[in-house]
Every structure is written in structure tokens, then in C-alpha cells.
Design a protein. Structure first.
Lengths: 118, 110
């Protein structure tokens, strides 16, 4: 059974940093691209970042470019999102999602809440 | 603001049919596959349709997808109370080099 479990969310002050993790199991992690998607309270889905299976290609939304860094450790079946210079508008539930293909997120984690507030 | 436009809400009685449109452009829907996601209240999104028309295993055939030009459509027939959720389209945008989601549509069963 495919499982994605996010962790690392919490309350952080504006300008602060946080590192999210996503532990994957039930599939060959190193064969899939992975993604982060967020959802602000009461709002729609917003794609954040994607990383290919071997980390050869990485993409970011304009809203987080230069502040967030996506990475993965295939030996540990884990995906990460380093978030720096956090802003109030980064407050959201952050989901990790497996990328079965370019336009297809086939499995999602339960999400971890990040709150940026003073 | 999203580059994919969906109606904010649609509604119908149990057993009826609803359709949800997703309007984009040649850089996204026009030249890439579209997926649809269902998000039940308080839960993570779930893949409903991929490659414009395909259903993952376990998704009933009451759900269907189609694409024409720069627009895509999700159809739900035999509407059930359990279908009340938010629905999002999504695809890759080749110009932005970014994945884009639609604005989302809330389905209400009357």
C-alpha cells in the first residue's frame, strides 16, 4: 500500500525557516517524481515544487522561488522541503504527492500544517 | 490567481448529472494531459481522472473526463450525497514550467 506521511509543520514567525519531510513507503520511491502542493485555509490547491526521480530536474512556483528548496534522499525514501524567509501568505497545509506522470499526482499524504505568524 | 478557470459551484439533485468545466490555454490544457482531483471535506485530494479520460482503479464509471481544445470537462452521473466535495482540474503549463490547478468547483447535492 502506497503511503506518504508528512511531518515538520508548525508555528513559525515571519522570516523564519522550517523543513518539511515526507516519508514514503509501499512503492519504489526512486522511480517516481515527487511534488509539494499547498492549500491555504479555505482556499484552493496551489502547486509548490516538483523534483524528478534522480533529482535531475527541479521546478518551483514563482511564489516560492528563491525561498524554498525541494530535495530527496532515495536511500531513505524521503522527500524534503526547506522553507526559508517564510511569510504570512505561506500559511497552508502542505501535501506531498507522488507524480505518476507529468500531469498526474496519483497519491497524496494527509498534509502538515504550516502557520506563519508573529 | 490560477490560469485554469472553473465555475465556483455546481449543484443537482441525487441521481442527476453535473458537469464541471476547466478552461485554459494552448500552453496548458491545449498541449498537455489533464487530471481531475476530488477533495472531500477535511481530507487530502484524490486523483479522479488522469490523461484527460482515464480513471484510476477503484474510481466508479459515474465519473468521466473529456477534453476539447483548451478546455476540459468532468462529468458526474448518478449523483450521490457522498460526491459532495471540491473538484480541481490540473495540468502542466509548458510556458510557465509549472503545474497549474484550476480554481476549484464545489459540488452540492440538493
Amino acid at each position: 500500500e502506497v503511503q506518504l506521511v508528512e511531518s515538520g509543520g508548525g508555528l513559525v514567525k515571519p522570516g523564519g525557516s522550517l523543513r518539511l519531510s515526507c516519508a514514503a513507503s509501499g512503492f519504489t520511491f526512486s522511480s517516481y517524481s515527487m511534488n509539494w502542493v499547498r492549500q491555504a485555509p479555505g482556499k484552493g490547491l496551489e502547486w509548490v515544487s516538483s523534483i524528478t526521480s534522480s533529482s535531475n530536474y527541479i521546478y518551483y512556483a514563482e511564489s516560492v522561488k528563491g525561498r524554498f528548496t525541494i530535495s530527496r534522499d532515495n536511500a531513505k525514501n524521503s522527500l524534503y522541503l526547506q522553507m526559508n524567509s517564510l511569510r504570512a501568505e505561506d500559511t497552508a497545509v502542505y501535501y506531498c504527492a507522488r507524480g505518476a506522470a507529468v500531469a498526474q499526482f496519483d497519491y497524496w499524504g494527509q498534509g502538515t500544517l504550516v502557520t506563519v505568524s508573529s | 490567481q490560477s490560469v485554469l478557470t472553473q465555475p465556483p459551484s455546481v449543484s443537482a439533485a441525487p441521481g442527476q448529472k453535473v458537469t464541471i468545466s476547466c478552461s485554459g490555454s494552448s500552453s496548458n490544457i491545449g498541449n498537455n494531459y489533464v487530471s481531475w482531483y476530488q477533495q472531500l471535506p477535511g481530507t487530502a485530494p484524490k486523483l479522479l481522472i488522469y490523461d484527460n479520460i482515464k480513471r484510476p482503479s477503484g474510481i466508479p464509471d459515474r465519473f468521466s473526463g473529456s477534453k476539447s481544445g483548451t478546455s476540459a470537462t468532468l462529468g458526474i452521473t448518478g449523483l450521490q450525497t457522498g460526491d459532495e466535495a471540491d473538484y480541481y482540474c490540473g495540468t502542466w503549463d509548458s510556458s510557465l514550467s509549472a503545474y497549474v490547478f484550476g480554481t476549484g468547483t464545489k459540488v452540492t447535492v440538493l
